[in-house]
Design a protein around this ligand. Structure first.
Ligand code: ADP
Ligand code: MG
Length: 362
């Protein structure tokens, strides 16, 4: 079995800068120590087999959008997008093993698409740059699976650094990625994740709707992307909903800059305050939170978190909280009780560390 190549691919948590990637703005994710392992072996018969979570998917390398619609659309989409970009895929056996919760807003989808893209690029000896593989992975989700995601998740998975957050700027092409030390651990703090366990049906539709709203406002203001909006532009908007959406994009962009500064200064009170106001903006102005996320954030703040917010696209998934480790058990008890009171299924609470990007294992 020495022809098997193994890729370890992390999930991600976005610290701040939500819904800005599709607006030409910034984000500040970390890769996390929950990951997907992709074991890959080349085939030459034009068949791709993928084993994951007790199931096997099989499809020809000539697959095109519309062929499959279950989870195998993710790897099949990567095969399609890679071939479209000129990488010769002759077939493969892929075994996926994951410690990353699926559908929890921690980007299991980008871990899968980026991991499969890296593995197949490697088997083909193509050596495409990671910027290009990020686009391939995005194309697989957008045009094969049919989910209109931005590029943040793929960039987090492919460009993160251990012990660092990565400051991404989607206002330039290709996006820039600058590491920023994320060493709250040295100051005795941890980052807790509260996986609400819910994923509301309206998530994909509302995500697409927010993208459309933002694009329409940008075009009304004759901006190439909404993240370049200024106060004058915001004040010139008359529609209250449009104004609220634009206010999130403007204030969130400012918060990302503040958070980067706070991170560099290890000013955790300031950093935490940015997290919490980001959540309020996503809840009130951008309207992408949900009851479960709000309850999780409130439980974190009641457990003396320095700051807490939903992370990812919204309508379910996970929230994060920066806190002292001795408060994590209290948070777990509090959020479990709050969920039980509402007859919701129990959430999961765990801590994560800023971890390395996807890498080939020796
Ligand atoms: P997230 O990326 O936040 O985890 P998504 O809804 O974007 O949530 O992606 C989840 C989907 O990705 C799953 O429903 C499944 O189709 C696919 N997926 C992710 N990880 C795996 C895996 N390890 N095995 C099979 N399918 C997976
Ligand atoms: Mg995803």
């Amino acid at each position: 079995m020495d022809d098997v190549r193994r890729w370890q691919v992390p999930g991600r948590v976005n610290l701040i800068g939500e819904h800005l990637d599709h607006n030409g703005g910034a984000a500040l994710p970390i890769a996390i120590d929950r990951s997907l392992l992709v074991k890959a072996r080349r085939r030459t018969d034009g068949t791709v087999n993928v084993w994951s979570r007790g199931e096997r998917a099989s499809f020809p390398v000539e697959t095109v959008p519309g062929d499959v619609s279950d989870w195998s659309a993710y790897p099949a989409g990567v095969v399609w997008a890679l071939r479209e970009s000129g990488v010769p895929v002759t077939g493969a056996d892929l075994v996926l093993e994951s410690t990353l919760p699926v559908g929890a807003g921690l980007s299991s989808s980008a871990a899968l698409t980026c991991g499969v893209a890296l593995a197949l690029d490697d088997l083909a000896g193509a050596g495409r740059p990671r910027e290009e593989l990020a686009r391939v992975a995005q194309r697989a989700e957008n045009d094969y699976v049919g989910v209109p995601t931005g590029l943040m998740d793929q960039y987090a998975v492919l460009f993160a650094q251990e012990g660092h957050a990565v400051h991404l700027d989607f206002g330039v092409d290709p996006p820039s990625a600058e590491p920023v030390p994320a060493d709250w651990g040295d100051d005795g703090l941890v980052l807790a994740v509260i996986d609400t366990g819910v994923h509301h049906e309206l998530a994909a539709g509302e995500y697409a709707e927010r993208r459309r709203e933002c694009a329409a406002i940008a075009s009304e203001l004759e901006l190439s992307a909404l993240a370049s909006i200024g106060l004058d532009g915001l004040l010139s908007l008359t529609d209250e909903t449009a104004k609220a959406r634009a206010r999130h994009v403007l204030t969130e962009s400012t918060r990302v800059r503040g958070a980067v500064t706070a991170l560099r200064r290890r000013d955790w009170a300031q950093f935490g305050a940015m997290l919490t106001s980001s959540h309020e903006s996503l809840r009130d102005d951008f309207a992408v939170s949900c009851e479960e996320l709000d309850v999780a954030v409130d439980a974190a703040l009641a457990s003396e978190a320095l700051g807490a917010r939903m992370t990812g696209g919204g309508f379910g998934g996970s929230a994060i909280a920066l806190m002292r480790p001795e408060q994590v058990d209290r948070l777990r008890a509090r959020v479990e009780a709050a969920f039980a009171d509402r007859s919701w299924a129990a959430p999961t609470v765990f801590t994560v560390r800023p971890s390395p990007a996807a890498a080939l294992l020796p």
